[in-house]
Design a binder for this molecule. Structure first.
Ligand code: BES
Ligand code: ZN
Length: 615
């Protein structure tokens, strides 16, 4: 009987595999509102990029060639935005193609005719001066001020503005690239990288693990490499290398403690490139090569949680990727949780609690800001028809973190860690959406240990559920008392702030009473010279308070203006511009913005244009 059943089973298998069309992969991508590609019909699996980086014309031109898998489709659709498509080939022969209607958010679908045997398509293209991913910097905008610089920013949907590609986080490709740059410059990518310049400016890259298109990245500049360990190191401009090397000297320890928590680092090398100050983010987790702002080089290693954060993305985000931008919290919430665990493992609970407490205040302020749009405070978003950037705020990060921390405290850390390790292992090199995550959570944590938990309330409703973990920091309680004392006595007792860390200063500045007097701010500034702080974070929150309370001492107006012109980090500059706006000083903000805007990357400029209603 068994044999008969077995034979019958084989027959069914044969019939079903024959009745399927030949060469049909199991393509099961879900509907995704931010890409025109239809990967269930035809999907790219590997890219060979061959480009020339032309600084004189501020243009990239060349070809992107893809291996594809198709379901006998007659067309493959790529995303493209602000690109000039010159020619397209299928298996080496010219083929017909068309650009569909332009969408402000998404760009144009590039529809390429193929046949059921097509294995490779090649697109010849060039970028235009509207290309949003690229920022071309003049020598003056770099740290060393002698050579131009270029970097890309792909997340969320900008890779399509410098490479025609199926630009959905569900799609994963390996890639090789050949990049020609001026011979004085070095090129690096989210791939295996050179450690020194080549004589002819020609560079070859290989990314052997499949990654989503938003993680394809390129930087070109007069940079050098300095190793920290045999798998970690720094790329930066000459005058920045030593400072960055010192600041990030714990990078190897970070990788080791991350591995001890949630499993082996999957990408072999973990390097960081410190970019010029207009880089629009704190950091960007491009695989093998995190891109970072120089504003975290504080001189005292106090802002290195950023590195822990980007490193954590090597698991949450890069290994296990949000399937759509509506599930962005799965990338960022998990990453903040993991970041806090790395920081706790390396520097102890006090440091981790302070960081978590700062995030908790960010969350409170974000929710307050959304009081007229509470749907924005749900973890699972609905960004269809909108720019995914709209969903990239503190909710994903800090509510996501709070949810996971609450789960951890409910299930117990030991159980939670086993669960997370398993989560990363089971979903490695694939994507996950919120619904799949909830199933996995139920099966592998909640049902397993018989835990009742209000998961749906956390994910699908606005605000913060009542069972939230309480995050508190003793160090911060002391800071709060210190503020009260200074304000009450009108005297600054400097002994009370001795040995304070950056996090304590940030908490101090952010928690002045609402009715603090300008005189108090002057008293504090005279004692601590916060207006001239070399720590970008402390300076940023101090400038926000100065604007809130109309403090104009110590030439702070000039300092704020200088800061906004030099730094392009979106979170920093938008915090300051928002303060101007909130306090009916939009005109002042606009006057500065007119001078600063040309130094900003498109993602920062777009945000500030909207905020200030600039053209
Ligand atoms: N992946 C993000 C940056 C990002 C988010 C780029 C959304 C484009 C769209 C990165 O990991 C990040 O979260 N950076 C933070 C730093 C972090 C320590 C919170 C930043 O840039 O401030
Ligand atoms: Zn992140």
């Amino acid at each position: 009987m068994k044999k008969i059943l077995l034979a019958f089973g084989c027959l069914i298998f044969l019939i079903s595999s024959c009745s399927k069309k030949q060469n049909i992969p199991t393509l099961s991508y879900i509907e995704e509102p931010h890409s025109f590609s239809q990967p269930n019909e035809a999907v790219i699996t590997h890219m060979d990029l061959d480009i020339n980086v032309d600084f004189n014309n501020e243009m990239i031109h060349g070809k992107a060639s893809y291996l594809i898998k198709s379901n006998e489709a007659s067309q493959i659709i790529l995303d493209s935005k602000f690109l000039t498509i010159e020619n397209v080939q299928a298996d080496g022969k010219d083929t017909s193609f068309s650009l569909g209607e332009f969408d402000k958010q998404l760009g144009n679908p590039l529809k390429i005719d193929i046949n059921k045997h097509t294995k490779r398509i090649t697109v010849f293209y060039k970028t235009t001066n509207k290309t949003e991913a690229l920022q071309w910097l003049k020598p003056q905008q770099t740290t060393d001020k002698t050579h131009p610089f270029l970097f890309t920013q792909g997340q969320a949907i900008l890779t399509r503005t410098w490479i025609p590609i199926q630009d959905s986080p569900q799609i994963r490709i390996t890639y090789n690239a050949k990049v020609q740059v001026p011979s004085q410059l070095m090129a690096v990518m989210s791939a295996e990288n050179p450690k020194s310049k080549t004589p002819d400016g020609h560079y070859s890259f290989k990314m052997a693990q499949p990654i989503p298109p938003y993680l394809i990245a390129l930087a070109v500049g007069d940079i050098e490499y300095k190793a920290i360990s045999n798998r970690t190191g720094i790329y930066a401009e000459k005058s920045m290398v030593e400072k960055a090397h010192y600041e990030f000297s714990d990078m190897e320890n970070m990788v080791a403690s991350a591995e001890a928590l949630y499993g082996k680092y999957a990408w072999e090398q973990f390097d960081v490139i410190v970019l010029p100050p207009s880089f629009p983010f704190g950091g960007m987790e491009n695989p093998r090569l995190t891109f970072a702002t120089p504003t975290v080089i504080a001189g005292d290693k106090s802002l290195t949680s950023l590195i822990a954060h980007e490193l954590a993305h090597s698991w949450s985000g890069n290994l296990v990727t949000n399937a759509t931008w509506d599930d962005f919290w799965l990338n960022e919430g998990f990453t903040v949780y993991f970041e806090m665990r790395i920081m706790e493992a390396l520097y102890g609970k006090d440091r981790a609690n302070m960081l978590a407490r700062i995030g908790r205040q960010d969350l409170e302020e974000e929710i307050e800001g959304f009081k007229d749009a509470p749907d924005e405070t749900k973890l699972k978003l609905n960004l269809k028809g909108r720019n995914p950037d709209d969903g990239m705020n503190s909710i994903a990060y800090d509510k996501g973190y709070l949810f996971l921390r609450t789960l951890e405290e409910t299930a117990g850390r030991e159980n939670f860690d086993i669960f997370l390790k398993n989560y990363f292992q089971k979903h490695a090199f694939s994507t996950i959406n919120t619904e799949k995550f909830v199933d996995f959570l139920n099966e592998n944590l909640l049902e397993k240990y018989n835990i009742a938990f209000n998961t749906d309330a956390w994910i699908y409703t606005a605000g913060i559920p009542d069972n939230q973990a309480i995050i508190s920091s003793d160090k911060f309680k002391t800071v709060e008392k210190t503020i009260q004392q200074f304000v009450k006595t009108n005297i600054v007792d400097k002994t009370l702030t001795e040995g304070w860390t950056t996090q304590e200063w940030v908490h101090f500045v952010r928690n002045f009473p609402n009715d603090i007097k300008t005189g108090h701010l002057a008293m504090i500034d005279n004692a601590f010279n916060l207006t001239n702080s070399n720590n970008s974070y402390i300076a940023m929150v101090w400038y926000e308070q100065a604007i809130n309370h109309n403090y104009r001492g110590n030439n702070i107006d000039t300092k704020i203006e200088e800061f906004l012109i030099r730094v392009g980090r979106r979170w920093y500059v938008s915090t300051i511009y928002k303060a101007f706006k909130r306090n009916d000083k939009t005109d002042e903000a606009l006057a500065i913005y007119k001078k600063a805007r040309s130094n900003y990357h498109a993602v920062t400029a777009n945000t500030i244009d909207d905020l200030l209603g600039y053209n």
